[in-house]
Design a protein around this ligand. Structure first.
Ligand SMILES: [Ca+2]
Length: 469
């Protein structure tokens, strides 16, 4: 039964993608900033509710194992556009300026006759290339009354950033040339800091106490020095930020009291700004239904990186730990993807460019390092699908003092090397220790697994032509 269903779906998509012209799908790629997978109800969050994002999962596929290759804003965006790792696309950190003259998938889509648009947070310093229309936030952008850059011209708008970006998206959809298929990148600023909710959501969770994650009071023992040395703690680093932003923790509190206070403030504001994203994605989905576009539009929801939301007592991202490494990935496309389906196939943000090109019927360039997710979307990840992923974080020194590191993750294990200014390793058995509280790198019981991981890491670095360190 399963196989027959799959064949039906595959035949349907071949019919759509193979013939070119009017049958080619449209694409709406929705990306938030810093939205951790465990902060969507579709991913089983006990505290966050995201009914409209969950609609995409209900109507399509949820990837249970989607990861980024470098958990940081600008580098992740460059991976998306290029389909290449940071060491190949040149965007190693937030400080670099993206080389917009390089090959990107929007350029290839444009050349193949797609109408292309980029609306929302860009964060790559150089001007967008490969888009017929673009309207982006300068830098990080602001939550309230933000300035935008529209095709090179600065313009300020009154209102809330998440609503405004969606307004511009709906206006563009309404006025686009209808004779051509389209690619629309719809990028939210939220839920990136400083997590400023709008009026509509400001009173959510008032008077409630949100549950703390199980590893909230991690003391960072049994780990390399990197996590203890990082400056991403709720107390003191986020507490100090709240003080700078004019809402300091109450004076009489001790350190643990401040940490708990900061967590409540942070997690509530985070879920409030996500609630606005959820409402606005709902507006978009309603529009697609009303405009009769839902059936032939690939809708993708993801985030540029995951996030610590009090996990390990931290905020921010950068680490190869599960919370920043994982991203939500939901894909709805009725001709190919069965509603309510899930996959465990490991997906990377590296795969978005090849996947979109493939579904559009455009050849995927040889030098892209990702793979089309089409087989997984059709319900049949092939036997030779990747069994491991390579990760590499570079930005150092930085405001969060996270040491540069690289590593490999398999279904069961993770091996990480911090190579500057220290030289230290961590290894986790994710089956026995899913919260990553105990490195087994030096544990003789895991020596064989460690040797296999070291070999796999070397193989991946050679295959991907990693030259750093
Ligand atoms: Ca980000």
């Amino acid at each position: 039964m399963q196989a027959r269903f799959n064949r039906v779906w595959i035949v349907a998509v071949l019919a759509l993608a193979g013939c070119g012209g009017a049958g080619r799908p449209n694409f709406i790629y929705i990306m938030t900033d810093d939205h951790a997978a465990h902060m969507l109800s579709a991913y089983g969050s006990k505290i966050a509710s995201t009914p409209n994002l969950d609609r995409i999962a209900d109507g399509g596929m949820l990837f249970e194992n989607a990861f980024v290759t470098n958990s940081l804003c600008a580098p992740s965006r460059a991976v998306l556009l290029s389909g290449k790792y940071s060491h190949k696309n040149g965007q190693l950190s937030n400080r670099d300026t993206f080389d917009g003259s390089q090959q990107t998938f929007p350029k290839l889509m444009q050349q193949a006759g797609y109408e292309t648009a980029m609306i929302g947070k860009w964060h790559l310093k150089s001007e967008p290339t490969g888009f017929d229309y673009w309207k982006v936030l300068p830098g990080q952008g602001r939550y309230h009354d933000p300035e935008f850059i529209e095709m090179g011209k600065r313009v300020r708008h009154e209102g809330y950033v998440t609503d405004l970006i969606t307004d511009f998206v709906l206006q563009w959809l309404e006025n686009r040339p209808e004779e051509r298929p389209f690619l629309l990148l719809y990028h939210h600023k939220a839920p990136h800091g400083p997590w400023e909710p709008d009026e509509k959501h400001r009173s959510m969770f008032v008077g409630e106490t949100i549950a703390e994650p199980p590893h909230f009071n991690d003391d960072f023992s049994n780990r390399a020095s990197a996590v203890a040395d990082a400056e991403s703690d709720l107390e003191p680093e986020l507490a100090n930020r709240y003080t700078r932003w004019g809402s300091p923790p109450p004076r009489e509190m001790d350190a643990l009291g401040r940490k708990k206070w900061v967590y409540q403030r942070y997690v509530k504001d985070y879920m409030r700004v996500v609630a606005s994203v959820d409402d606005n994605v709902g507006r978009l989905l309603d529009y697609l239904d009303a405009a009769d576009l839902a059936a032939n539009t690939v809708v993708i929801y993801t985030s540029d990186n995951g996030m610590f939301v009090g996990d390990h007592g931290l905020f921010d991202k950068r680490f190869m730990y599960e919370e920043p490494l994982r991203v939500p990935l939901l894909v709805r496309y009725p001709p190919l993807v069965r509603p309510g389906s899930r996959t465990q196939a490991m997906a990377l943000n590296l795969d978005f460019a090849p996947t979109i090109l493939d579904l559009a019927g455009i050849p995927v360039p040889e030098d892209m390092q990702g793979r089309s997710l089409r087989p997984a979307l059709g319900g049949d990840a092939p036997g030779n699908w990747r069994q491991s992923v390579y990760y590499h974080y570079y930005e150092y020194p930085s405001s969060h003092n996270v040491y540069p590191h690289y590593g490999v993750r398999t279904e069961r294990y993770k091996l990480i090397r911090y190579y500057k200014p220290v030289d230290e390793w961590e290894m986790f058995d994710l089956q026995a220790d899913p919260l990553e509280l105990n490195s087994v790198y030096a544990d003789p019981e895991h020596a064989e697994a460690r040797a296999e991981l070291e070999a796999e890491l070397a193989r991946l670095r050679a295959e991907l032509q990693v030259t750093e360190e």
